[in-house]
Ligand binder design. Structure first.
Ligand code: SAM
Length: 305
C-alpha cells in the first residue's frame, strides 16, 4: 500500500525546496484546503518537493506539472504509467551495485553513465516506448549514486556528475514510488517552457514558480539544470507571465534568491515585482565558496494575494 504521508521527491534536485516548505506553507493562501482552489500548477517542477507536499496535505482536484528538462519529465511520465515495470529494474540495479566493492561500484557507475549518455540521441522523448523504462531506472540510479546526488548536464546535454561514495544508497524505494504514482494519476505532465501552463490557469488555480535562481554574483552563475540559460531577460519574461496570470485571477507564488544578498543596492526583484508582496525568508545554501555567502542567505517569496 502506498503511504501518502511519507511521500517525497524521487530525485534529489539542485535547488530542491524541501527545506523551504515550512516557510512556504505559512504563506499559502487560505483558500487552499477549503475547496476554493481546485488546481495546483508548477511549471518548474524539478524534484517536486512543494508539489508532493501539497498533494499529501490538501484536497486538490487536478495538477499540472512541467519542466524544460526532458530527462526529468520522461521520469515523471514513466512513473505515472509504468511504475510496476520500473520497480524490478531499479531493484536489480540496487542489488548489483550493493554487491560490489568500492572500485567496482565506481566502474559500474561510469558504465551506466556512459550508456545513459550514448543513448541520448536515440531516445524519443515525445512518445512512450520501452527505452523510457531503462532510462528512468538509470536516471534514478545515477541520481542516488553520483557525487552529491545532483542532476547536472553539460552544454551537450550529457550527464557529467562524477561517482559518489555513499555506503548504502537507497536506489529502489518501492513505497515512495507507488505513492508518487498515486499522486501522478491526477496530474498532467508536460515537457516545455513555463508558459505552457497558460491555458490551464484559471481563477481557482494556485501556481508556484520556482525558476533557476538569479545568480548571486557573476561567478556563481549556475545554469546546469539543462542546456538552457535562465538569465535576467528570462527572469523578466517570467515576470511578464506572472502579471498575465495575475490578470486571470489565479493565486501566484514565486520564489528566488534575494538579489540583495550580496549587494543591498541590487533591487532587481523589488523593482520587477513592485506591485506584489515580497517576503524574505532564510534558507541554508552553500553554493558559493566565498565565506560571506555561505550558510543562511535570504530567499524571496513573491505573492499576488
Ligand atoms: C530551482 S529548480 C526547481 C526545483 C524544484 N522546486 C524542487 O523542489 O526540486 C528550477 C527548474 O526550472 C527548470 N527550467 C529552467 N528553465 C526553464 C524554462 N524556461 N521553463 C520551464 N522550466 C525551466 C529546470 O530544469 C529546473 O528543474
Amino acid at each position: 500500500m502506498s503511504n501518502l504521508n511519507k511521500i517525497k521527491p524521487f530525485l534529489k534536485w539542485a535547488g530542491g525546496k524541501t527545506q523551504l516548505i515550512n516557510q512556504l506553507k505559512d504563506i499559502f493562501p487560505n483558500q487552499l484546503g477549503n475547496g476554493l482552489i481546485t488546481r495546483y500548477i508548477e511549471p518548474f517542477i524539478g524534484g517536486g518537493a512543494v508539489f508532493f507536499y501539497i498533494a499529501k496535505s490538501y484536497q486538490i482536484e487536478e495538477f499540472f506539472i512541467s519542466d524544460i528538462n526532458p530527462e526529468l519529465i520522461l521520469a515523471y511520465q514513466t512513473i505515472q504509467k509504468y511504475v510496476d515495470d520500473l520497480i524490478p529494474l531499479l531493484f536489480q540495479l540496487q542489488t548489483q551495485y550493493l554487491s560490489l566493492n568500492f572500485p567496482d561500484r565506481t566502474n559500474f557507475y561510469y558504465q551506466i553513465r556512459s550508456q545513459f549518455n550514448q543513448k541520448r540521441q536515440q531516445i524519443d522523448f515525445d512518445k512512450y516506448n520501452h527505452d523510457w523504462l531503462e532510462r528512468t531506472a538509470q536516471i534514478i540510479f545515477l541520481n542516488r549514486t553520483c557525487f552529491n546526488g545532483l542532476f547536472r548536464v553539460n552544454s551537450k546535454g550529457e550527464f557529467n556528475v562524477p561517482a559518489g561514495k555513499y555506503q548504502k544508497p537507497t536506489i529502489c524505494d518501492p513505497d515512495n514510488l507507488k505513492a508518487v504514482e498515486k499522486v501522478l494519476q491526477k496530474a498532467l505532465i508536460y515537457r516545455g517552457d513555463f508558459q505552457l501552463c497558460s491555458q490551464y490557469v484559471h481563477e481557482k488555480s494556485l501556481v508556484y514558480f520556482d525558476p533557476p535562481y538569479k545568480p548571486l554574483n557573476k561567478t556563481s552563475k549556475f545554469t546546469s539544470y539543462s542546456t538552457h540559460i535562465f538569465d535576467d531577460s528570462e527572469q523578466l519574461r517570467l515576470r511578464d507571465f506572472y502579471q498575465q496570470l495575475d490578470q486571470k485571477g489565479a493565486y501566484l507564488i514565486l520564489s528566488n534568491s534575494d538579489s540583495q544578498n550580496n549587494n543591498s543596492l541590487n533591487n532587481f526583484f523589488q523593482q520587477a515585482y513592485q506591485k506584489y508582496t515580497i517576503k524574505k525568508v532564510k534558507a541554508n545554501r552553500s553554493i558559493n565558496s566565498k565565506t560571506n555567502l555561505r550558510g543562511k542567505i535570504n530567499e524571496i517569496i513573491i505573492t499576488n494575494y
